[in-house]
Design a protein around this ligand. Structure first.
Ligand SMILES: [Fe+2]
Ligand SMILES: [Fe+2]
Length: 195
């Protein structure tokens, strides 16, 4: 058994803990952008936030949607609502990925992305997530968190303590125009771009 597997088995955090941490971290990244005065740094932070949010969305779509559909009576409606929110976020991110950090529109788009993400996080944390915890066993939710962690290690958005040499995910997929689609393709193994 590898050291990582042992750590994973001791770690009792469930998928809800993991996804809430994602929300916080992405919001913190976005909050650093208006504080920076360097366009290069602002671009870098925006790209990392975009790559992180795409990875987070794919994790929810892959692991949370099936659980909501199976265990919550109105799961299908909740999934559809969340899909709409992810689409809205992607629209904003696609604007942001192609807007230069020196463009006056950049700050407004960062603000818009933060607002959409905060709204998304509130919906999930106040409604969907607590209901998942009511209906799905802790063991299952911990197992789902392990799967999300494994996927994260395959597509690191920043150096992971367990794989210090890993390249940044957003650098692997490249910055700027098309980042959202490239990140999604990479994470889902999709080869053609449909959006
Ligand atoms: Fe979501
Ligand atoms: Fe989320």
């Amino acid at each position: 058994m590898t050291a990582q597997t042992q750590t994973d088995q001791r770690d009792q955090r469930d998928i809800v803990d993991e996804l809430i941490t994602d929300h916080r971290e992405a919001l913190q990244l976005l909050a650093r952008i208006p504080v920076s005065v360097k366009p290069d740094e602002q671009r870098e932070l925006a790209d990392i936030a975009i790559a992180e949010v795409v990875r987070h969305s794919v994790a929810e779509e892959t692991y949370v949607y099936p659980a909501m559909r199976e265990y919550l009576p109105d799961g299908e409606d909740l999934v559809n609502h969340d899909i709409e929110e992810h689409d809205e976020l992607e629209k904003i991110m696609k604007e942001l990925e192609k807007t230069d950090a020196s463009d006056p529109a950049f700050a407004g788009l960062v603000h818009k992305m933060s607002d959409a993400l905060r709204h998304h996080a509130q919906d999930e944390e106040a409604n969907q997530f607590p209901r998942l915890r009511e209906r799905v066993s802790h063991e299952q939710l911990v197992e789902l968190r392990r799967k999300v962690d494994q996927a994260k290690r395959r597509a690191p958005t920043r150096p992971h303590p367990d794989s210090p040499n890993s390249e940044l995910f957003h650098k692997i997929v490249g910055p700027g125009v098309g980042l959202v689609d490239r990140a999604r393709d990479k994470l889902t193994g999709r080869t053609t771009t449909t959006k």
